[in-house]
Design a protein around this ligand. Structure first.
Ligand SMILES: NC(=O)c1ccc[n+]([C@@H]2O[C@H](COP(=O)([O-])OP(=O)(O)OC[C@H]3O[C@@H](n4cnc5c(N)ncnc54)[C@H](OP(=O)(O)O)[C@@H]3O)[C@@H](O)[C@H]2O)c1
Length: 387
């Protein structure tokens, strides 16, 4: 039974159903303001040192200072859903370089703190900030809190996701959107739009916006062909508000199916990345990218499955499909997309071969449909209150 579930791959995934954050917004702000004040002072000090050095070098002091600042200061990267799995492994990989300060944007503040400690992320290399992507108010508050921290923003990683393949009926976000698409797509869409101006202003050596995709949304792959397949149709359910009352809870207007809702949300993630690229790359110099990190069979996405499934799924992925990657390896891959100069190209969906070398992968017909991406953008901005 469990093996059959494993064989049906993406539909066999599940996600835990934890409650929302247990720490209030005010507590989060307090934490952020104390942690960041110290870090900002440090940053000011190091910039001061640079000024002192370059002041003696005469004519182009400003130019030299800004060049040195670019290379010497730490980058700031926001990673959503950094309390477990891929997000946590990425936070760890980036923080360990000493080159990045990671903002762990998480719905469960205490869980994120414990997770950071458990993997040994050094205190001065991360800050936890509260973000619940299933609430548009929370997303707006997060953007405000981040700005008030005084940090620059260099990279935003939209990683968090929920996956509800066994749900019999839809559940909804605070604003009444079906939960998988509401969290994975609409929540990240609003967050990315709100923080775009901050990214534009970055003077770091690279500025990037990364939205994690998945093979399961790509019907040009074996995994993407396991039913139910992703299909956004003509977006009639999304246009109707995705609320299951006046409209279907599914983007294409069909019956609720939790596994399909997740795959649809991943198509939205990949279309959104490309639409950002078309609209903003040339004007801003921001790199927009997506990726499939590999099948990380041990993450929280599987935590509600029966123990036998959890036992068999990783070896099945390791030895039969050979698509398995450890959380650590997947974290290094996403960290590469954040920081590696060789992955600077914009508009790319990255994947890795068996030797762990990155390559530019092909998206399915639907996941690369420019007209659908434009329509998705326009409908989404109405739903999240941007138009
Ligand atoms: N696992 C795979 O094989 C695989 C393959 C391809 C792509 N991916 C993608 O990788 C990404 C990470 O997934 P994962 O495998 O690492 O799963 P995971 O361990 O379950 O991580 C998901 C993260 O999202 C967070 N999250 C869920 N709902 C949220 C909300 N409303 N607001 C803020 N954060 C929320 C979770 O927070 P809590 O800790 O509070 O639950 C958790 O930190 C997803 O985008 C997924 O689609 C995974």
């Amino acid at each position: 039974m469990a093996l059959r579930a494993a064989l049906s791959l993406p539909s066999a995934l599940s996600v835990h159903k934890e409650g929302k954050a247990s720490v209030s917004f005010r507590e989060s702000i307090h934490f952020v303001s104390t942690a960041t004040a110290k870090d900002c002072r440090k940053r000011d000090l190091s910039v001061g040192t640079i000024r002192a050095q370059t002041a003696t070098a005469a004519p182009s002091v400003d130019e030299a200072t800004s060049q040195q600042k670019k290379t010497l200061r730490k980058g700031t990267v926001i990673v959503t859903g950094a309390s477990s799995g891929l997000g946590l492994a990425t936070a760890k990989a980036l923080a360990d370089t000493g080159e990045w300060h990671v903002i762990m944007a998480c719905r469960n503040f205490l869980k994120a703190e414990k997770a950071a400690k458990s993997v040994g992320i050094v205190k001065e290399n991360y800050t936890v900030m509260h973000l619940d992507l299933a609430s548009l108010d929370s997303i707006r508050q997060f953007a405000d809190t981040f700005r008030r921290s005084g940090r620059p923003l260099d990279v935003l990683v939209c990683n968090a996701a929920v996956y509800l393949p066994t749900a019999k009926a839809p559940t909804f976000t605070a604003e009444g959107f079906e939960l998988s698409v509401g969290t994975n797509h609409l929540g990240h869409f609003l967050l990315a739009r709100l923080l775009l101006d901050d990214l534009k202003q970055s003077d770091f050596r690279t500025k990037r916006l990364i939205i994690v995709g998945s093979i399961t949304g790509n019907t040009n792959t074996l995994a993407g062909n396991v039913p139910p397949k992703a299909n956004l149709g003509d977006l009639r359910g999304l246009s109707g508000g995705l609320n299951g009352v006046n409209s279907s809870p599914m983007i294409d207007g069909g019956e609720f199916d939790g596994a399909k809702a997740y795959k649809d949300s991943k198509v939205c993630n990949m279309l959104t990345m490309q639409e950002f690229h078309r609209r903003y790359h040339e004007e801003t110099g921001i790199t927009f990218a997506s990726l499939y990190p590999g099948c990380i069979a041990t993450t929280g996405l599987f935590r509600e499955h029966i123990p036998l499934f959890r036992l068999l799924f990783p070896p099945f992925q390791k030895y039969i499909t050979k698509g398995y990657v450890s959380e650590e390896e997947a974290g290094k891959r996403l960290a590469q997309v954040v920081s590696d100069p060789s992955l600077e190209k914009s508009g790319v969906y990255w994947s890795w071969n068996n030797n762990s070398s990155s390559f530019e992968n092909q998206l399915s017909k639907e996941a690369s449909d420019a007209e659908k991406a434009r329509k998705l953008w326009e409908v989404s901005e109405k739903l999240v209150g941007l138009a």
